[in-house]
Design a protein around this ligand. Structure first.
Ligand code: ADP
Ligand code: MG
Length: 318
């Protein structure tokens, strides 16, 4: 049976070109680029709550890092370093190896170095901390929205929630429909390139982890403003669009989580520039509404009618 140190050496020790010192000492050492601020965030994934206990370990590895990188994207920060604290019920080497492969695949795609962590026995729990850099004073905050701003969303919404509903037998999808939606749930692609470009263009940004309404709600609350959005302008995949007449699917688009797209607000004067950026990044960017001074969020349905959505997003304690 592998010791804790064998596991760390075999599975979690890789070169760390962006760090002075990585895994193996009592602490890692970093040089912060001059003129930059550090952006730091941590997330916890608990088996049975955030992923199925029998979930594919590659996907769990990918996603545990990707959701943190997404927070860097939402701040307009460049992700650079990560730490990983993991509690494992047993030293299942096959599971750990597949988890590490997924984790490092994501790390390689986004050039993030794993610089340290903690490995312990316990109920399967994964906590990743991410550290990034952003030019001083340039981070994109939730509080920066202004009345008159246009509201934008990247990519498409609803795939992850629809895939989850299908896996939980709450919604019936054909095999090929599920296959098309699953990558959004299992291997989300955080929008780092977009976030970096938005530093110059946007007033505020957030990543959509808990659902559009809940996350846009955070921008409104932090900025003390309201908004009106149009369901018909919210970008959806072909599969989601095909089911969009279904109220349950509308709810997934508006309030389902886990898509890890960015929602941001920008002055209308930047509209053309943002449309151009979509082409450069080969990433759809859709204007879905406007920020206003009336408190609260107004939603226009597919026929421009006012719609009321009960549950606005996922809240662990609601
Ligand atoms: P200490 O007892 O000094 O905290 P540990 O024995 O916990 O050290 O860890 C030894 C080294 O391995 C440290 O550099 C730590 O950051 C690193 N480490 C432990 N677990 C992980 C992990 N899951 N991923 C990456 N690095 C890890
Ligand atoms: Mg330790």
């Amino acid at each position: 049976m592998a010791s804790e140190f064998d596991l760390i050496r075999r599975h979690f020790t890789r070169p760390t070109p962006q760090a002075l010192l990585g895994v193996g000492d009592d602490a890692a050492l970093l040089t912060v680029t001059s003129g930059m601020e550090l952006a730091i965030s941590v997330d916890m994934l608990v088996a049975g709550t955030h992923f199925f206990t029998d979930a594919d370990p590659y996907s769990v590895g990918w996603k545990s890092l990707a959701v943190n990188i997404s927070d860097m994207a939402a701040m307009g920060a460049m992700p650079k370093w990560a730490t990983l604290a993991i509690a494992l019920p047993q030293a299942d080497e096959n599971w750990i190896a597949a988890f590490a492969t997924g984790f490092f695949a994501c790390a390689a795609q986004y050039q993030v170095d794993l610089i340290g962590g903690d490995t312990t026995r316990g109920p399967l729990t994964i906590s990743v901390q991410i550290i990034g850099e952003v030019p001083s004073g340039r981070a994109l905050k939730r509080s920066g929205a202004k009345a008159g701003d246009e509201i934008w969303v990247s990519g498409t919404l609803g795939n992850a929630a629809l895939a989850l509903a299908a896996l939980q037998d709450r919604f019936t999808l054909k095999q090929d429909e599920l296959a098309a939606c699953l990558p959004s749930l299992h291997t989300p692609q955080p929008r780092v390139g977009l976030g970096l470009n938005l530093r110059q263009l946007a007033h505020s940004a957030i990543d959509i982890s808990d659902g559009l309404l809940a996350d846009l709600g955070h921008i409104l609350e932090c900025s003390n403003l309201g908004a009106e959005i149009r369901l018909q302008d919210i970008p959806c995949s072909k599969v989601v669009s095909n089911h969009l007449a279904d109220k349950q699917v509308q709810q997934m688009v508006l309030a389902g989580g886990d898509d890890y797209e960015l929602c941001f607000t920008a002055s209308a004067g930047n509209h053309a520039e943002i449309a151009k950026l979509a082409g450069q990044l080969a990433l759809p960017l859709s204007c879905i509404g406007t920020i206003n001074n009336n408190p609260g969020l107004t939603i226009r349905g597919l026929n421009n009618e006012l719609i009321n959505i009960g549950k606005t997003g996922f809240d662990h304690f609601a």
